[in-house]
Design a protein around this ligand. Structure first.
Ligand code: SF4
Ligand code: SF4
Length: 339
């Protein structure tokens, strides 16, 4: 086992499943890609990792990288069979994690069912849209508003059974002016806010956006800086505080370079257990490798990432690798955990 280089990994993103009860228009994870180097969605649904595979892989992380923070995504992770067993394993083995759910009405009973089985979640994250504070009712935004209102209510109702609860707030031009009110409300309920910005689909290899017009992205303006400074000054609960917010604003609209080629601080695993270049981009060569082999094949995997990054990456504004890079460079690992 080669540990020399990989001991900097801070965050591991698991796409546990590509199945989801929703079909958000920007999401390339749950639908077929036009890209022919990628398998189609039926492949992922037929060869999805099972809970034993995930637990055995988590065992290896626990042995070699015990301080890693694991993020369970989907698709919708509460549609992953036996998620309770994975969470129970993490709870019993002091593994840090959060589960990122769409928290929609259909999923809420599943969340409660898993919660009842495992007793508590160490972390739970759901997106809430600041649009709920828009005083004008826009019929076209009705679903967006109702989903967030119901989601917020559900988060608050289970907050005493979640150690670390977080709302993911994705800012776009239409909801920008309502961030403060939402973050203030979340803080009152002891819910952290993770601030992210809408990103652009820079090529057909980018899976998490359908925005193709750069004008739709949020720019680093004085007005935005002022709201952010006020949230920090007023002590609102912003995930990783001023340092992360500052780095996130600095790369707007979408100029972040994760530098995974220099050192691997962030890892993403696809639903079939293969390694991705990152959450945004699957890549071509990296996905020849599987998470079970990660600790034996580390150097080959890193080399494949270097090739894929050069070929497919056109930068991004994804907060997760900003966070893991910050954790390494500023020794802020404990801030990811809010301890
Ligand atoms: S995985 Fe997330 S972004 Fe994709 S369709 Fe489901 S809820 Fe929407
Ligand atoms: S899109 Fe590029 S910069 Fe962004 S995380 Fe992926 S590889 Fe890194």
């Amino acid at each position: 086992v080669k540990l020399k280089l990989n001991n900097k990994i801070q965050l591991v993103n698991w796409i546990l499943t590509r199945k989801c009860n929703l079909e958000c228009d920007y999401c390339g994870i749950v639908r077929n890609s036009n890209e022919t180097i990628y398998p189609n969605i039926n492949y992922y649904n037929s060869f999805q990792m099972n809970y034993n595979y995930v637990i055995e892989s988590l065992e290896q992380f626990k042995q070699y990288l015990p301080d890693c923070f694991h993020i369970f995504y989907g698709g919708e992770p509460f549609m992953f069979p036996h998620l309770d067993k994975v969470i129970q394993y993490c709870n019993d083995n002091n593994i840090w994690y959060t589960i990122i759910t769409n928290n929609s009405k259909k999923i809420q009973p599943k969340i409660i069912k898993v919660l009842d089985k495992v007793g508590l979640f160490r972390g739970l994250t759901a997106s809430i849209d600041p649009i709920i504070y828009d005083p004008i009712f826009h019929p076209s935004k009705k679903d967006r508003r109702e989903k967030s209102l119901a989601g917020l209510e559900n988060l608050i109702s289970i907050s005493d059974r979640v150690d670390d609860m977080m709302a993911e707030i994705t800012i776009d031009k239409s909801n920008l002016e309502y961030i403060y009110q939402l973050v203030e409300k979340l803080t009152k309920h002891k819910i952290w806010s993770s601030i992210t910005f809408v990103d652009i689909k820079k090529s057909r290899y980018y899976d998490f956006s359908n925005v193709t017009d750069i004008n739709e992205l949020v720019d680093d303006t004085q007005a935005l800086r002022s709201v952010c400074a006020k949230m920090i000054d007023d002590g609102l609960w912003i995930h990783m505080g001023e340092e992360l917010l500052d780095r996130t604003l600095n790369i707007l609209p979408s100029t972040f370079n994760c530098e995974l080629e220099n050192y691997m601080h962030n890892l993403t695993i696809d639903a079939d257990g293969s390694i991705r270049l990152c959450l945004r981009i699957k890549g071509k060569y990296t996905s020849d490798y599987y998470v079970k082999d990660f600790f034996n094949d580390f150097e080959n995997i890193h080399n494949a990432m270097i090739v894929d990054k050069k070929e497919y990456c056109k930068l991004c504004n994804w907060t997760c690798p900003i966070m893991s890079k910050l954790a390494v460079e500023e020794d802020m690992t404990k801030d990811i955990l809010h301890i």
